[in-house]
Design a binder for this molecule. Sequence first.
Ligand code: C2O
Ligand code: CU
Length: 480
Amino acid sequence: MKGRPVQKLLCIARMDLRLFTRREFLSDSAYVAAWLGVGRRLAATTLPEAREITLTARETTVEISPGQTRTTWAYDGRVPGPEIRVREGERVRITLRNELPAPTSIHWHGVPVPNAMDGVAGVTQAPVSPGDSFTYEFDASPAGTYFYHSHVGLQLDRGLYGPLIIEPREDAGATADREYVLLLDDWLDITPEQAFAELQQRSPMRGGMMGGSDDPLYAAHLVNGRTGGLAAPLAVARGERVRLRLINAGSATTFRVGLAGHRLTVTHADGQRVRPIDVDTLVIGVGERYDVQFVAGNPGVWPLVAGSIDSPLVSLVVPLVYERTLDSLRPVTVWPSELSRGRALRYVDLVPVERMTTPAPGVVQTIPITLGSAMMGGYVWTINGQAYPNADPIGLDPGARVRLRVTNATMMRHPLHLHGHFFTVRLPGQTSGPAKDTVVVDPMASFDLDFVADNPGRWFFHCHHLYHMEGGMARTLEYR
Ligand code: C2O
Ligand code: CU
């Protein structure tokens, strides 16, 4: 490990904050303490054989921006919930205690856990009643950036989510000196259930949806539970290689992200290694994760910016602060032009480094998946014309190489997520593609998602736009 000791670096960064953050940033020492904990020096650690963790879901009050508090549902009283960081291959035992006034569950988004541990209430387990507990147990594998969240109705959109990081077994390949985990979120000022009711009022037959948005009206965007005005700075030392783990934990918003003054090297998509690719911006669909790295070689204070792909405005600004800088951050409201004109990541850029699975020879099962919406009124979203839960399960042949032939027949974007498996995204004209668990299907687009049916059970498959899911765009895939 090179660079200076962590304490010193953070002190310097804290001094620098005075120069640019003005009143909101330094007034609150608890706040400073909070962000000091966010960045971590990467160091080899020995971890125990099994990990016992408890997460308590309960109502809580959070401060999302200076002086703005909200009462919501969260894990351990904070949004995002506590970071779970384990070593690949470790046994993890996580107990969910439900202190909410409603039934709940936890899903380990992206991790191919055994079916009974997948946390989809009504599909893989009974919902955990208020006052009850449930213990999830699985081996943390493969390494990567994941998150956990409630899988009951629209609860995720209240703030019931947190980061789940599985570090590689070997430290030899560690290529970063410092790392930050950034969870992006869209924040409602009403309950998700109220938001869903409003969407139903704006249904196509009422003329609202066709020309407008199919998303709830969000009050703000958050990074690590704070609006841009209270976002924790990213402190770095010159020369460090910095990793950002970017997680879209929002419920409907597709985010674009970029870092002024630096190019980002994308190293992992949905936790899985890809051939490093340099970009200026990347789009992160709901439920997707990207690991990116940059070299801190351009001293100063720079904005990491993010905003909805459907807006020209920047809604989140996270200051990147070099130690010993005298610069200050200028306000950013629109995309810095060197970013918006720059190189944007596309799915065809993602070339897998290793094969996730070896397909069974011979058996190929092709399943057409057409994403649609109801022709006649209501906020109804369909797969092959059926809206979940009034939908037939899709049967899988154990061991088969399955091809989901996806067509989006709507004018909306759908971030499709498959539980329990990684799939290979095969874009038109491509013979291979990245291993992912969530993929954004653009309006009228089609491509194949290939996977091996090697994890028996009943698995949920759905649009991760939570309101589309709630509106019916979901199925179970069930091994025969
Ligand atoms: Cu992020 Cu069905 O889950
Ligand atoms: Cu959708």
